[in-house]
Design a protein around this ligand. Structure first.
Ligand SMILES: [Fe+2]
Length: 289
């Protein structure tokens, strides 16, 4: 069973600032500033902070499984609350929060390859799984939203201007409502890795962002699905804010040949567990990368 969590959203994925011609080298304005650390220095920080957390835990301290302030992830300090949560009246917010039902989400929204007149570039994939609670019970009629970069690692977003091509046939957003067995299934394109300027030569592993809406905004949770065997895993400060490998593994979709459609798409299975010891790691509400 795959589960997920993470403390981070991905907004800095959208962080560059210059329009470039396709296949051009990155302009200097897109490169990390000279005072930023190298990947080797960041990787060593990741190792050191994990070791320090393990040592504190071994000494009897209760250490969170996800490190909210994680210096290798430079903006993590800005990505979680620093004050106590403010209580809201659930009756009021429930009254005004959006409502949706099966009829509000069209079936075609689960196929990101059909949203334009032509086929998007890239490796077509199917991502299928179940939304489960900690007892393994399916969560039916739940809105799952997904967003991602295209095959070249480019988002359609004004803050993502790194020199990779946009695809006129790919927007990168989809929705589905889980069926009675808690199942969802998206058809999309495997996203590419992309640079994000956390440090010199910083690249995010390929990932798809997922949101599970619940029944109101107060329940919404956000996470990322990765792909097996990505060589960027040990280098990525976001992925490594999660301390235990077993928890990080729950963020990785598993290749499933039974889900691969002959002559059409590669299949990945990824279950999302929203609570309990097998819970997928989820992010706080702020940004995204
Ligand atoms: Fe992202």
């Amino acid at each position: 069973m795959t589960t997920v969590d993470s403390d981070h959203t991905d907004q800095e994925a959208f962080s560059s600032s210059v329009v470039i011609e396709q296949a051009a080298a990155a302009p200097e304005s897109l490169l990390a500033s000279p005072d930023q650390l190298s990947q080797a220095e960041i990787t060593q920080e990741i190792i050191d902070y994990h070791a320090a957390a393990d040592a504190r835990e071994a000494a009897g301290e209760r250490v969170a499984m996800t490190l909210h302030d994680f210096p290798p992830y430079r903006s993590s300090i800005l990505r979680h609350p620093t004050k106590n949560p403010k209580l809201v009246d659930p009756e009021t917010i429930e009254l005004w929060s959006p409502a949706f039902g099966q009829r509000d989400v069209a079936a075609i929204e689960a196929d990101l390859t059909l949203q334009h007149t032509g086929e998007p570039q890239g490796e077509r994939i199917t991502v299928q799984g179940r939304l489960l609670d900690s007892w393994g019970r399916p969560l039916a009629n739940q809105l799952i939203e997904l967003w991602q970069a295209n095959a070249a690692g480019r988002y359609i977003h004004q803050r993502d201007q790194h020199p990779a091509p946009l695809d006129p046939n790919f927007t990168g957003a989809g929705r589905i409502v889980t069926n009675d067995d808690g199942e969802y299934k998206f058809t999309t394109i495997k996203p590419g890795a992309y640079p994000w300027k956390n440090h010199v030569n910083a690249w995010r592993p390929a990932h798809i962002h997922f949101s599970v809406f619940g029944t109101s905004f107060t329940q919404r949770i956000v996470t990322q699905m990765y792909f097996p065997g990505d060589p960027l895993f040990p280098l990525d400060p976001i992925y490594n804010t999660i301390r235990r490998q077993a928890d990080r593994d729950r963020l990785i979709g598993q290749y499933d040949h039974d889900l691969t459609v002959p002559e059409f798409s590669m299949g990945y299975r990824w279950d999302i567990v929203v609570d309990g010891p097998d819970a997928t790691w989820f992010e706080p509400e702020e940004g995204e990368h």
